[in-house]
Design a binder for this molecule. Structure first.
Ligand SMILES: Cc1cc2nc3c(=O)[nH]c(=O)nc-3n(C[C@H](O)[C@H](O)[C@H](O)COP(=O)(O)OP(=O)(O)OC[C@H]3O[C@@H](n4cnc5c(N)ncnc54)[C@H](O)[C@@H]3O)c2cc1C
Length: 376
């Protein structure tokens, strides 16, 4: 084994500076006795991929109005989300990272209304702020949700004032700032540095170490944490883990309209789909714009728009018969197949928004086509 100088020997190396990698950096810096840490990020800034505010729905999910979460899952998610909330309230007092709005999930028709009534009974203990509200209260909070809606149809909502819209990219930057300020630890931020490979080796004492080869230099670590988004599976496979996994990459798009909603409004989740239900909410940094989405577009790449990652995608998926069989099984479900095909069409200029508007109208029935603008 080629030994590294002590400068390049770390207790923990984190690969990937998205919101997950930077949150770990913050936790290690503030709450552990780990002394020497490196964060390696291939871009010149942290959080430029999934955690960037234009790439995701900007929601802090607690599990209260996510109708596809079981109580057990909600309890777990709530614990994590509450830590993020407390972090934001403590460190972002001028609200440059988050905005607070109310949020609700809307039930239209008797079947959906029954579902929400049942859910309320089960979840109200875990989420004491949760309320079941009727048309009059919905109207007072979100008049555009009722305007133009069939007055005969039962409409109710699960509502909570505890809605947080978060710029996860800025949150990642804040984690780095907090981790590196007033600390006695040695923290190396290696931005613009791409990890090429990770190899387990034994040191002189027979202890396991990792050699981390980057495009700049090779580091050595006692522990390595891979938090590099879709690329993580590629590294896992290099290390012999997850050989029987493949990825079905899904990217999301959004549409902007002028200000139509005062808070987050979700629709009831389709049980079979693992993607967040379409919702509308004010953009995190601009309440004058309402964002609707996400669409869910399957694409064979690890990072959207980076065509160089197509090859990496196929390396990750492994062009095995099992992977294709698995994709075939997923896509042979009629509900999922139709959903995926429709979501392809939503991104096509001109036609896309004419079809997507039907989804938006489930939230704001009177929305006009000319209001909809594809969000980059
Ligand atoms: C459409 C959509 C909507 C979503 N909405 C929400 C939401 O509302 N709320 C929510 O909580 N979550 C949401 N998510 C999920 C959320 O965006 C992700 O779970 C989260 O951003 C993942 O963070 P991460 O740090 O794991 O990955 P990323 O943010 O992708 O960070 C990974 C980092 O690793 C780096 N990297 C990759 N390879 C290497 C390498 N070889 N060397 C060095 N660095 C490398 C990348 O450059 C990147 O910066 C949504 C996702 C999508 C797609």
């Amino acid at each position: 084994m080629a030994r590294q100088s002590q400068d390049l020997l770390f207790d923990v190396v984190i690969v990937g500076g998205g919101v997950c990698g930077t949150a770990l950096l913050y936790s290690l810096s503030k709450y552990t006795n780990v002394g020497k840490i490196a964060l390696i990020e291939k871009a010149s800034e942290v959080a430029q991929v999934n955690s960037k505010h234009t790439s995701n729905s900007q929601t802090l999910h607690f599990g209260d109005i996510e109708t596809n979460y079981t109580l057990e899952k909600a309890r777990k998610v709530n614990r994590g989300a509450s830590m993020v909330k407390r972090y934001l309230l403590k460190h972002d007092t001028d609200q440059t990272i988050y905005t607070k709005y109310h949020k609700m999930v809307l039930a239209v028709g008797e079947a959906q209304a029954d579902k929400l009534r049942e859910r309320y009974e089960v979840f109200k203990e875990l989420f004491p702020d949760l309320q079941l509200i009727k048309k009059e209260e919905i109207d007072a909070l979100e008049p555009n949700v009722l305007e133009g809606r069939d007055a005969e149809e039962e409409t109710l909502a699960l509502f909570t004032p505890e809605g947080y819209t978060v710029d996860y990219g800025k949150l990642a930057q804040s984690f780095v700032e907090q981790a590196t300020e007033n600390t006695d630890k040695s923290i190396d931020l290696m931005l613009g540095t791409k990890v090429l490979s990770i190899e387990p080796v034994l040191d002189m004492q027979g202890e396991e170490r990792f050699l981390i080869a980057t495009d700049q230099q090779t580091l050595e670590a006692k522990t390595v944490v891979v938090a590099s988004g879709a690329h993580s599976l590629l590294f896992a496979k290099q290390l012999g883990y997850g050989q029987d996994y493949a990825l079905l990459s899904v990217a999301g798009s959004f549409y902007f309209t002028p200000n139509l909603l005062n808070g987050k409004v979700y629709t009831v989740q389709l049980a079979k789909l693992p993607f967040a239900a379409i919702h509308g909410d004010p953009e995190v940094h601009d309440a004058q714009q309402t964002r609707f989405g996400p669409t869910a577009k399957v694409m064979p790449m690890l990072e959207r728009g980076k065509y160089g990652t197509i090859w990496e995608y196929f390396q990750t998926a492994g062009l095995s018969l099992d992977a294709f069989r698995s994709f075939f099984n997923i896509l042979s479900d009629w509900t999922i197949l139709i959903y995926i095909l429709m979501n392809f069409i939503y991104d096509i200029p001109l036609i896309g928004k004419r079809l997507f508007i039907r989804k938006v109208r489930k939230i704001v029935p009177s929305v006009r086509l000319r209001y909809l603008k594809f969000a980059k």
